[in-house]
Design a protein around this ligand. Structure first.
Ligand SMILES: N[C@@H](CCC(=O)N[C@@H](CS)C(=O)NCC(=O)O)C(=O)O
Length: 308
C-alpha cells in the first residue's frame, strides 16, 4: 500500500487520516507539488493530481476511489456506518467539490499565501503559482472576500451538524468527516495566521481537534525508485467479477483516454479493460515498469476513444 503524496496536500491528508482511522500500515513516496512529476507518470500515464495509491501494479486515482479501495481492504472501522451510505457519499462529495475550492480561496488570500510560502525560494513560489493557474485553465481563484463569506456560511452549517453529536453525521467519524476535515485542516495547520475564521464556530474547531487525534497510522517513507521497482516486479490483480456497464458505446479492448472533468485534466491513455458501475480501468504497458492497471472513479471523469 503506497501513497504518492506530499505533506501539504489536503486531499492526501484525507487519506493519511483514514489510514490512521483504520489502523493501517502504509508506505509513502513524496512527490513534487507541481509538474513535471517524472517518477509518477510511469505509474499513472498522465494523471497528475495528488494523492495516488499504488498497490503493486494497480494504480488508483482520486481519493473517492482510494477510499472505496481502503474500505474494501479494511472494512472495520467503516467509513459509512454513521448514516445511510448515500448521505455519507453526498456530503463527502459536496465537501471535496464545493467546500474545498472555497476554503482554498480563503486559505490562499495574501496573508495565508505569504505564510505558506514564507520558507520557499521566490522561483519556487513563481513556479507553484503558474502551475496552479494553468490547472485552473488560466482563471483566477475566487476573490477572497467572496470566499470568506462563503466559507463562514459553510462553517456555520457544519457547526449545526455538530450540536447533537461528536461527528458530522453521528457519534463516530465517517467519510463525510474525513472529506470536510482536509479543508479545515489546511486552515488550522497550514495558515494559522488566518484561522480566526473558526472563532465563530467553536464546535467545528473542537471537532477538528478530535479528527486530528486520529493520526496517520503507521507509515514508512520509501523512494520513488523503490515504488517503481515494486510496480515493475508485480502484475495487476485479475479483474474477475466486474460487470461491464457500457454508457459510451465503447467496447472493452478499445484504446481510450480518461481525464478529470475539471481542474487538472491531463489524460491517461490505455486499453479499456473494465468499466463497472463505479469505476474505469485502463491497462497500460509502460516502458519502465511494464503492465499496469490504472483505475479511475466514474464520478468526475470523462472517457473518450483515444483517437476522438
Ligand atoms: N478529486 C481529486 C482532487 C485531488 C486534488 O485536487 N489534489 C490537489 C492537491 S490537494 C492537487 O492535485 N494539486 C495539484 C498537484 O498536486 O499536482 C481527489 O479526490 O483526489
Amino acid at each position: 500500500m503506497i501513497l504518492h503524496h506530499y505533506p501539504t496536500s489536503p486531499f492526501a491528508e484525507k487519506i493519511r487520516l483514514i489510514f490512521g482511522y483504520k489502523h493501517m500500515e502504509w508506505q509513502g513516496v513524496e512527490i513534487p507539488m507541481v509538474m513535471p512529476k517524472p517518477d509518477l507518470m510511469p505509474l499513472t500515464g498522465g494523471y497528475r493530481k495528488t494523492p495516488v495509491l499504488q498497490i503493486g501494479a494497480d494504480i488508483y486515482c482520486d481519493t473517492a476511489l482510494i477510499c472505496d479501495v481502503l474500505e474494501q481492504m479494511v472494512p472495520t472501522p467503516s467509513l459509512y456506518h454513521a448514516a445511510p451510505k448515500g448521505l455519507v457519499r453526498t456530503v463527502a462529495q459536496w465537501a471535496d467539490n464545493v467546500l474545498f475550492p472555497v476554503a482554498m480561496a480563503y486559505n490562499f488570500q495574501p496573508a495565508g499565501a505569504q505564510h505558506v510560502m514564507a520558507s520557499m525560494p521566490a522561483d519556487v513560489v513563481k513556479v507553484f503559482a503558474e502551475d496552479r493557474k494553468a490547472m485552473r485553465g488560466g482563471g483566477a481563484r475566487m476573490p477572497a472576500p467572496d470566499a470568506t463569506a462563503m466559507y463562514k456560511s459553510h462553517l456555520r452549517r457544519l457547526s449545526t451538524m455538530l450540536e447533537d453529536h461528536a461527528f458530522l453525521l453521528g457519534d463516530t467519524p465517517c467519510l463525510a468527516d474525513f472529506s470536510v476535515y482536509h479543508s479545515v485542516w489546511f486552515t488550522i495547520v497550514k495558515v494559522p495566521v488566518i484561522d480566526h475564521i473558526l472563532d465563530a464556530t467553536p464546535l467545528v474547531r473542537e471537532w477538528a481537534h478530535r479528527m486530528a487525534s486520529i493520526g496517520h497510522g503507521k507509515s514508512q517513507a520509501i523512494t520513488a525508485a523503490q515504488a517503481l521497482h515494486i510496480a515493475a516486479a508485480a502484475k495487476p490483480v485479475p479483474l474477475h467479477d466486474d460487470v461491464f456497464q457500457d454508457e459510451h458505446g465503447i467496447p472493452l479492448g478499445t484504446q481510450v483516454s480518461v481525464a478529470a472533468d475539471s481542474f487538472g485534466t491531463e489524460p491517461t491513455t490505455g486499453t479499456l479493460v473494465a468499466a463497472t458501475r463505479t469505476r474505469l480501468t485502463l491497462e497500460r504497458n509502460d516502458p519502465q515498469v511494464g503492465q499496469l492497471h490504472v483505475h479511475f472513479p466514474r464520478m468526475g471523469f470523462i472517457m473518450k476513444k483515444a483517437d476522438a
